[in-house]
Design a binder for this molecule. Sequence first.
Ligand SMILES: [Mg+2]
Length: 191
Amino acid sequence: MFIGILPNVQNLIPCVFFDRDGIVNHPPDDAQRYVLHEDEFELLPGFVESLRLVLERGYKAVIVTNQAGVSRGWMTQEALDEIHAKLERLLKEEGLALDDILECTSFDESHPNRKPNPGMLLEAASRHHLDLSRSWMIGDSEKDVVAGQRAGVAKTVKVRAKPIETDADFRVDSMRDLPELLARELPPVVD
Ligand SMILES: [Mg+2]
């Protein structure tokens, strides 16, 4: 007879995964490529509104971000930690909180956590008992879309103005349009 603890599928909770740059905050400019200091980090209003809706509908919320600037030596881990501390502080002022922020600082394209690889989503799923099959991934790069698909999420959203080819299930022109899409399409979590 098998005696042990099996995960109860009923207790798995779906999650909305968000990419960071271009989704949570203004994207860094093309020349710089990375947000290097917390002073350069500002929340996009469309993200705050979207996160509020996601949490109200019963989802967990996790950020999954490639930040290879650290391993390239363009920024320190401490600077990245400060940026994420600022992010959590700004959300707290809005009465909001994330369940987690996962970052991949490797520039190795074969690293399992570096999007489009799904490692960060899988790690978050095991850490927070997430139901990937009812989860969503939202990003402004096709790498985000592919990472979501490889992790087996239900829906992917690409935030990018036309014309753009994408395998995402939904596309919106900008973060201003995301709350409306989610209000219409994101099903409430019912257990
Ligand atoms: Mg991005």
